[in-house]
Design a protein around this ligand. Sequence first.
Ligand SMILES: *[C@@H]1O[C@H](CO)[C@@H](O)[C@H](O)[C@H]1NC(C)=O
Ligand SMILES: *[C@@H]1O[C@H](CO)[C@@H](O)[C@H](O)[C@H]1NC(C)=O
Ligand SMILES: *[C@@H]1O[C@H](CO)[C@@H](O)[C@H](O)[C@H]1NC(C)=O
Length: 342
Amino acid sequence: MSSFTSLLFSCAAIAAFLILLRRWRYRRLRLPPGSLGLPFIGETLQLISAYKSDNPEPFMDRRLNRYGLVFTTHVFGEPTVFSAEPEMNRFVLANEGKLFECSYPGSISNLLGKHSLLLMKGNLHKKMHSLTMSFANSSIIKDHLLVDVDRLIRLNLDSWSDRVLLMEEAKKEEHDQIRSKSKTGAPLEWSDYKSMIFTQCVVNETLRMANIIGGIFRRATTDININGYTIPKGWKVFASFRAVHLNPNHFKDARSFNPWRWQNNSEATIPVNVYTPFGGGPRLCPGYELARVVLSVFLHRFITIFSWVPAEEDRLVFFPTTRTQKRYPIIVKRREESSPCI
Ligand SMILES: *[C@@H]1O[C@H](CO)[C@@H](O)[C@H](O)[C@H]1NC(C)=O
Ligand SMILES: *[C@@H]1O[C@H](CO)[C@@H](O)[C@H](O)[C@H]1NC(C)=O
Ligand SMILES: *[C@@H]1O[C@H](CO)[C@@H](O)[C@H](O)[C@H]1NC(C)=O
């Protein structure tokens, strides 16, 4: 045998041994059910092509139907446990920094930038997180930020394009009422914000169905036993908020956009771990309240100043984050009765 052939032969033997070892270890561990797909690429291509479409759900539905709310897959080069289970998602969020650490695929880390709070760990993250929280708590928004948010939005009504989803004209009365209360063009007050009830319903519904982040990646820092399964140390977990938000057991007619479902506090009884557009635990989005304020003020100003029609067909895509493919171009017309606000 030439030395090349024997080298090849030993490599193949080692690879086969490693695969068998892995199989044996995984079998012993009782992994969540599922398939690891092809070697190396796993099910990444299926995932990406699903999430690049405007209907990513079949990827997850097929697996959820087959395996249940927690299943194993293999994406972005690593075995990953996909969770659509609210209690498990809460467990993952709550044990951040203890049993799990934050770990995003390279492509997503690049998008976030290396100074992103999402990529910080340990003490640095703790400090930056509480600092950010204290900049954007409700009393600061109420006393300071609301005025600035309102002013900036009025100055920058050009930059709306990728933000608005489906605000029905139907609820323009709510905004007109608020507007007529104060002198036209006057800054919004906290009480105005608080009285935009329907707007809050639209914001909640948008966050439920088309939040920019569909879930979070974490890495298990130790073997974790949960629900009778083991997540091996080093594996990734994808806690999918979107899968929970779109589960008809939690929201009636879960796949339709229906802001009215939030009316009369009718969704107030949903358990806290079911509706988690801002995550939770030590990495709860520190801007969760500011984000609501910005969205609401924007919608209010936009609707009272302009009417609009879509300029062309557009659609949502969900990879790497949720966005409209063409940035949702619209044709706007200033409302005749509207006051000069800018
Ligand atoms: C908000 O943060 C400020 C400091 O930035 C603090 O003085 C205030 O007590 C906080 N308010 C609430 C309601 O947490
Ligand atoms: C909220 O209450 C109004 C008036 O009572 C009712 O017409 C509407 O159907 C209710 N909405 C929901 C979602 O329950
Ligand atoms: C929107 O969702 C939050 C939970 O994140 C809830 O506290 C609030 O009551 C909801 N708003 C409406 C109008 O239902």
